[in-house]
Ligand binder design. Sequence first.
Ligand SMILES: CC(C)(COP(=O)(O)OP(=O)(O)OC[C@H]1O[C@@H](n2cnc3c(N)ncnc32)[C@H](O)[C@@H]1OP(=O)(O)O)[C@@H](O)C(=O)NCCC(=O)NCCS
Length: 194
Amino acid sequence: MYKKEILRDGTEITIRNITMDDLENYMKFFRSLPPKDRKYLRINVTNDNLIKERIKQIRSGNFFRIVALKDDQIIASGALELYVDDWHKHHAELRVIVSGPFQRRGLGLIMNRELYLIAAQHDVKKVIAKMMKPQTGAVKILKKLGFKEEHLIPKYVQDQDETAQDLVIMTCDMNDFWKELESLYHSTDWKRCR
Ligand SMILES: CC(C)(COP(=O)(O)OP(=O)(O)OC[C@H]1O[C@@H](n2cnc3c(N)ncnc32)[C@H](O)[C@@H]1OP(=O)(O)O)[C@@H](O)C(=O)NCCC(=O)NCCS
């Protein structure tokens, strides 16, 4: 996948699949994230080996990882994990991270749209997102996209400072996700993606 996109402020960006050649650039992206965002991520994203393993996961065929670039610099990362066990057949988990200076410019919506398209190609029926309660921006964008806050498990996970945090699990039916995306995003390119 390789796409040119224009943010709502006119900034031109590229979205494409990640490759192992992006490792150094990807590490730069993670290291530049605001500490308040990095604190709640699932793994220590400043650890090169962990990130290398994450990129390798794409070989399994059940993990999809895309990046957005401004010029040659990675400015956002998106991941979709297809669940393979019988309980969760046709379910997939979605994660998006946007670099500080590019937040609130519509990039999160574009990344979610691209992950939606990948999910649709793989017959996913329900999308799941998990986050810590302080990740309020994530909860807001997902609610806007039709996700429902299904569960809050108190003090279930710990952040990078080892402080216990509430886990929020949100889910969205693929049809609702599409409806919300379509009403939020009306560009010609968006319609052409269908
Ligand atoms: C959550 C995140 C991905 C949103 O990305 P983004 O590019 O800033 O989102 P967008 O600009 O596309 O926002 C779309 C809409 O979502 C809502 N939204 C997004 N971030 C928000 C925030 N921090 N507070 C309130 N509303 C927010 C708004 O309604 C926004 O529309 P508006 O700007 O026209 O009001 C980004 O803030 C981020 O990477 N946060 C840190 C990592 C994280 O929490 N990831 C989620 C893990 S699942």
